[in-house]
Design a binder for this molecule. Structure first.
Ligand code: IYR
Length: 222
């Protein structure tokens, strides 16, 4: 770090009571987030989407390489094309490519090969991970911990979407190579997640899920 310029870092310091309150409030708010599959076609301003993506891009990344590209799609014919290609893959997945156990695990969520939300949601964000970068001469530049970095950025993105009062679905059509071709992405980028974003449909339903309790997710070492 000796060769890098360093600058002072100051964030607001809260009282202990306030820290407890803020942590509880943020948990309460995040605990309201749900994956939604029924979208309204109501529009969301571009500026909002840009802010959400800028928030995602505040995530930490290996060697601060920021190894991500967010493809922001509103074009209807491109959305339809993505839907058609995703459904082609999903038909094969649900029709035998996924194990019986996997299909059983998904049953409570009510998912199937149909991906109408890709057409209906006003925006699709395709998160691309950059396996490596190019220098000015086309030489390869390494990125590090790419999946971890892009996973964290995607988490920030989902939190920002929820904070704005919008909903999203982390859709993982598999395999995803069709996305690279449809979006004409360079060879150093790989599709990571396809995330429709918008308002929920008035009739939207979500599965009645519960979350693991703290005893089930924390191992204490005191
Ligand atoms: N990729 C499929 C199947 C699917 C897999 C998991 I794991 C989910 O939590 C939900 C769906 C799809 O998107 O339908």
């Amino acid at each position: 770090m000796q060769n890098e310029e360093h600058i002072p870092y100051n964030i607001e310091r809260f009282s202990e009571d306030e820290i407890i309150h803020r942590s509880q409030e943020f948990y309460n708010r995040m605990n309201q987030r749900r994956s939604v599959r029924d979208f309204s076609s109501e529009q969301v301003p571009l500026e909002v989407m840009e802010n959400l993506i800028l928030t995602a891009s505040t995530a930490p990344s290996g060697a601060h390489k920021q190894p991500w590209t967010f493809c922001l799609i509103s074009n209807s014919s491109l959305k339809s094309k993505l839907r058609e290609l995703a459904e082609e893959e999903e038909k094969k997945s649900y029709g035998g490519r996924m194990s019986d156990e996997w299909i059983e695990d998904l049953a409570p969520l009510g998912t199937n090969w149909e991906k109408e939300f890709i057409d209906v949601a006003p925006w699709i964000i395709v998160v691309m991970k950059k396996a490596y970068d190019f220098d000015k001469n086309g030489g390869k530049l390494n990125n590090y911990y790419v999946s971890e970095s892009v996973g964290i950025a995607s988490g920030f993105l989902l939190a920002a979407i929820h904070n704005a009062g919008l909903v999203a679905l982390t859709h993982t059509p598999s395999p995803m190579n069709f996305i690279s071709e449809a979006l004409n992405r360079p060879v150093n980028e790989r599709p990571f997640l396809l995330i429709p974003v918008g308002f929920p449909a008035k009739s939207a339903l979500v599965p009645n899920l519960t979350r693991k309790k703290k005893e089930d997710i924390i191992e204490y070492y005191e």
